[in-house]
Design a binder for this molecule. Structure first.
Ligand code: NAD
Ligand code: UFG
Length: 343
């Protein structure tokens, strides 16, 4: 029975599909390509040598989502589809609540209709808001500080309510910290539209000369070098966490949240330094004012995932930098790049 992957053409979804296919799961991908390119799925086929069904469908399109469930005996859903830009969510809250919250309601309604109760959901460390301390464990207070974060928090609460209403539901909400890196093949990776919001894709575009220099947002935080500290995690490690979470939801009932992070924080300047060493590229930067809404430090206590999912991250910061760089160097225009050279 296949696993339905919503948002499977995106950054984390595509890497998770590689792991699913390599673990011999049959998959079906639903994506509206609002923030991705179909080329990622061609690369996925090339990389794994496997085929799969793709539905170019919007989650808000109830009739077509219904058809996907009607046509396939789906065993479980991994739900990545969502909008994720914090700044944009402040400007367009309606769009974010519609897409993320209503999209999830449509999905779970169809899951109930077709008796599919196994779900792995993409949540975010953003649900911890400004954490009272670090490392952050799952029992910390949940207070999102922007519309994007509130969509994640609302969805987590909705999923808990579903489980209260029907104990057949088996759900894992995975709270990602900061995913970076790319598949080591250099075939798939993060392909942000326009100027990147996030640090690593910004750095890699400075490295290729596409952007002139990095702005480091603040060097007066109470961190060792004054710049923001985050828990960067290799996207392939994150993808493997989804396989473990899937195994868990397929074998138990209930609803649980898990931090997926490394447990190790690195500052902006430490990441720049690691990237320079791994890539051999110089990253010019200037110190700029703090970015509104940013917090000083955020890193996970990932011990619950290790205990209950038998998962922990394995890849080093150096591997994250090397793989991010390989992807960017070989695909300077992301999935619009024509040629991909494989070693
Ligand atoms: P992404 O934008 O690369 O992937 C999301 C995919 O969902 C895209 O392919 C997009 O086209 C699709 N999509 C969006 N709305 C849709 C809809 N209504 N119908 C069908 N498809 C739709 O993002 P990503 O980085 O791979 O993130 C995946 C998930 O993880 C998101 O839910 C995101 O909020 C969450 N997350 C990401 C990060 C991060 O830093 N990347 C951190 C924490 C949580
Ligand atoms: N930063 C810079 N310059 C940049 C971009 C970022 O100095 O050009 C700094 C930020 O100030 C922060 C660090 O780099 O200190 C990381 O910033 P990112 O934008 O890469 O990541 P965030 O931690 O701000 O947010 C990310 C996702 C959110 C998610 C959160 C927690 O973008 O959606 O991780 O998972 F909610």
């Amino acid at each position: 029975m296949p696993i339905l992957v919503t948002g499977g053409a995106g950054f984390i979804g595509s890497h998770t599909c590689v792991e699913l296919l390599n673990s011999n799961y049959e998959i079906i991908i639903l994506d509206n390509f609002s923030n991705s390119n179909i080329e990622s799925l061609n690369r996925l086929k090339e990389l794994t040598g496997k085929n799969f069904e793709v539905y170019d469908v919007d989650l808000l399109d109830k009739e077509n989502v219904d058809n996907i469930f009607k046509e396939n005996h789906i065993e479980a859903v991994i739900h990545f589809a969502g909008l994720k830009a914090v700044g944009e969510s402040v400007e367009k809250p309606n769009y974010y609540y519609q897409n993320n919250v209503t999209g999830t309601l449509v999905l779970t309604e169809m899951m109930q209709k077709y008796n599919v109760y196994n779900l792995v959901f993409s949540s975010s460390a953003t649900v911890y808001g400004i954490p009272k301390a670090v490392p952050i464990s799952e029992d910390f207070p949940l207070i999102a500080t922007n519309p994007y974060g509130r969509t994640k928090l609302m969805i987590e609460k909705i999923l808990r309510d579903l489980n209260v209403s029907n104990k057949d539901w088996s759900i894992a909400s995975l709270r990602y910290f900061n995913p970076i890196g790319a598949h080591e093949s250099g075939l798939i990776g993060e392909d942000p539209k326009g100027i990147p919001n996030n640090l690593m894709p910004y750095i890699t575009q400075v490295a290729t000369g596409k952007l002139p220099e990095l702005s480091v947002f603040g060097n007066d935080y109470s961190t060792p070098d004054g710049t923001g500290v985050r828990d960067y995690i290799h996207v392939v490690d994150l993808a493997k966490g989804h396989i473990k979470a899937l195994e868990k939801v397929l074998s138990t009932n209930g609803v649980e949240s898990y931090n997926l992070g490394t447990g190790q924080g690195y500052s902006v300047l430490e990441l720049v330094d690691a990237f320079e060493k791994a890539s051999g590229q110089k990253i010019p930067y200037k110190i700029a004012p703090r970015r509104p809404g940013d917090i000083a430090e955020c890193y996970a206590d990932p011990s619950k995932a290790e205990r209950e999912l038998d998962w922990k991250s394995e890849k080093s910061l150096e591997e994250m930098c090397l793989d991010s760089w390989r992807w960017q160097e070989r695909n300077p225009d992301g999935y619009l790049s024509k040629t991909v050279e494989i070693k």
